[in-house]
Design a protein around this ligand. Sequence first.
Ligand code: NAG
Length: 473
Amino acid sequence: VQKPCNFVLKKRVVRQSKFRHVFGQPVKNDQCYDDIRVSRVTWDSAFCAVNPKFVAIIIEASGGGAFLVLPLSKTGRIDKSYPTVCGHTGPVLDIDWCPHNDQVIASGSEDCNIMVWQIPENGLITALEEPVVVLKGHSKRVGIISWHPTARNVLLSAGCDNQVIVWDVSTGEAMITLEDMHPDVIFSACWNRNGSLICTACKDKTIRVIDPRKETIVAEKEKAHEGARPMRAIFLSDGNVFTTGFSRMSERQLALWNPESMDEPISVHEMDTSNGVLLPFYDPDTNVVYLCGKGDSSIRYFEITDEAPFVHYLSTYTTKEPQRGMGYMSKRGLDVNKCEIARFYKLQERKCEPIIMTVPRKSDLFQDDLYPDTAGPDPALEAEDWFEGKNGDPILVSLKNGYVPGKNRDLKVVKKNILDNKAKNTEKTGPATKTGDVKLDEILNEIKSLKELVSSQEKRIIQLEEQMSKIAI
Ligand SMILES: *[C@@H]1O[C@H](CO)[C@@H](O)[C@H](O)[C@H]1NC(C)=O
């Protein structure tokens, strides 16, 4: 069999990749979320978190901290009076959707607390002030939170007290506290694919790979990037670590590391001399890394392979407006019929604009080479199992039939510390110490919000009936 000669030529000249021609496109204007007062707090997190049901955005709030949670379909102008999640007493710094329950989101704040929230099925009708649980343990602001990828109800946090805490959310307990590992502010903290390890980037310019349950540093690299500006570090699915940072000459860099031998990077790339922190977003299914610089107006993307130079530049999506933050849709939320392989939610001054990344293909059929089975919503193990030392890989699902809703049972928190429970209840709802009273509160709250819903719908029905009667005349 003779190979067509252009194949040989192509292979020699240009590296073959399905993702070479991936292009980005903003949605139409009426599909954006408008009039949003995006947070101005000085902290380099993404400010936005997205799942297949909701987009959450940290916003400006006077005298406290708040974020919006909008059903994805709630596009257009967002009224100033739209209800927010507003239980924190200081600005919210980071938010993260639970990967195993699309109704549950966690937030970290300048008030030193982490709060975990249960969002009603169809979004907020009234302001949400009461979290399901408050996780108290940090002594300074909490800038980073991240759910465990495969164990239910396990959450990691990193604070400006230079501590990393791993929580059992189902009991509200700080199970692991890594106190003496970081001498300075932690810039990023992330889990590996099965959640057996953590990788952090610290202001001391060191990248650390940590076994949280053994409370040991497995590997580290000092001066991973020599510049003083913030670094980021994430795990790739093969266990390697991808970092962004700055050179001594303040050029932005990316690098790839093997934790087994951190002395030298597998590869380093110099990018440019802007000073925005490069936030990496990674798709383990395609091995594509998207870099969104804070304050940049572009998304650059790279494919990572096991052939030199390992990190291959693909392309850049550019607009005029700089980005204040960026949300990254989970794979389950993508439109596979349009060959969409990533979706971003770009935060501008007063707007959130979805950006669709597409592989140009003609066929309308499901492209199984673009969509290998992906991490689904079911956890592989329970919190106890993980704390006892078990690991589990993500439970994969096919994307062939589109959106996979999770089994959204309500998050239940059973506090082991009774004193804690008492304090919380008296603080918020008067002297209620029995769980029965808490239950009653929940029911009353739900009745209240349902009544409000009914009354607002009634008003709408009257309006529509009036309109109808005019047309009928
Ligand atoms: C979890 O990941 C680690 C590091 O990549 C690996 O050594 C371990 O075998 C994995 N465990 C399971 C159960 O997948």
